[in-house]
Design a protein. Structure first.
Length: 344
């Protein structure tokens, strides 16, 4: 009776023997490469490559108390803003020899709404990451409080309601809305409306910033907020139609994000200006050419990566908030028109 032999998967011991180093050194090359000299690191990597060795980071993380990877939870994989931040974070982590594991934190309920994927969040917690990044706003973020206190939690481009230990890195919304409104005023606008989204602390923050700047500029009587059913292009279209058909139609519309603004562009006539927020790649498309706020996504990502790698001397009880300064990117959607009359 013949049997089929199976090729044994090389182990960390095999790599150590071939490289002529200790098993603990091989382990360090994969878990903390920054602590190993370049010569020894290359020695181990060459041996691993020749043997076809590939470490199982998740298994190793489960076998240790400190964890060997950084977990990344993304609120919405379809949002180009979050994709840009995640890509840059992973590049920064890779450059430091850190390994990351990314997954979506949300599921579609079939009716177009996003709901928390509790099983995925629980699975990430069970895998024992050494730190966790949350990109965007997710409901019930307090579930992450189940992570050990030694695990740093960083939230990028969102406000972590109910999770005080989380450190936040995001755009300064007050500055961003001020740049948009001052730009519109310079172009002769006063009837400036705002399309927002009811859920989420960031949308609330931008609404409040809009109201504060309009009031400061003496335009309180023109404050007009239209709540969209979701932060999507379709919802932006519907919200803009409501504004255009209202008794006091605006001459300019600001939006909570680029997706809402792009939707609004499809509902207006050419004499109404629309500006967005987030400066996603969509805003730069020639057919769209949307004036938007660049919230410093690359800087947000790099700062988040830095915080994820840091090892606090003691558990963080109350996280800090890092507000990065945004900039205005002017495109065709808000170019000044000499025919615009100031409405008083």
């Amino acid at each position: 009776m013949s049997t089929t032999s199976k090729t044994k998967r090389p182990t960390i011991r095999d790599v150590a023997a071939k490289a002529g180093v200790s098993k603990s050194l091989v382990s360090l090359v994969y878990s903390a490469p920054q602590t190993v000299s370049e010569y020894r690191k290359q020695l181990v990597m060459k041996a691993a490559d020749e043997l076809g060795f590939s470490p199982n980071f998740l298994a190793r993380s489960l076998a240790t108390e400190t964890g060997t990877f950084i977990g990344i939870l993304v609120a919405d994989l379809h949002n180009p803003l979050f994709a840009q931040i995640v890509d840059q974070v992973r590049l920064s982590l890779e450059a430091k020899g850190e390994y990351s594991f990314m997954t979506s934190a949300m599921l579609s309920d079939g009716a177009g709404s996003q709901i928390l994927d509790s099983r995925t969040v629980s699975a990430l917690i069970d895998l024992r990451p050494k730190s966790v990044l949350v990109v965007g706003s997710i409901p019930e973020i307090h579930q992450l409080s189940a992570l050990p206190e030694s695990v740093s939690i960083v939230v990028a481009s969102a406000i972590p309601e109910g999770l005080v230990r989380a450190t936040t890195v995001r755009s300064n919304d007050e500055t961003g809305m001020r740049l948009l409104i001052e730009h519109l005023i310079e172009n002769g606008h006063q009837r400036i409306a705002h399309i927002s989204f009811e859920d989420g602390a960031v949308s609330h923050s931008r609404r409040e910033a809009y109201k504060a700047v309009m009031t400061e500029k003496g335009l309180a009587k023109y404050i007009q907020i239209q709540l969209a059913s979701a932060a999507t292009e379709t919802a932006g279209y519907e919200a803009a139609r409501n504004l255009v058909n209202s008794k006091s139609a605006p001459t300019a519309i600001t939006a909570y994000n680029d997706l809402l603004a792009i939707g609004a562009q499809g509902a207006i006539s050419g004499d109404i200006t629309v500006v967005g927020y987030d400066n996603t790649f969509l805003a730069d498309l020639r057919q769209i050419s949307l004036t938007s706020i660049d919230p410093a996504n690359i800087e947000i990502a790099n700062k988040a990566a830095e915080l994820l790698i840091e090892k606090p001397s003691e558990p963080i009880k109350k996280g800090k908030t890092y507000l990065l300064e945004p900039r205005l990117v002017i495109r065709s959607s808000s170019k000044s028109s000499t025919s615009l009359k100031v409405v008083r």
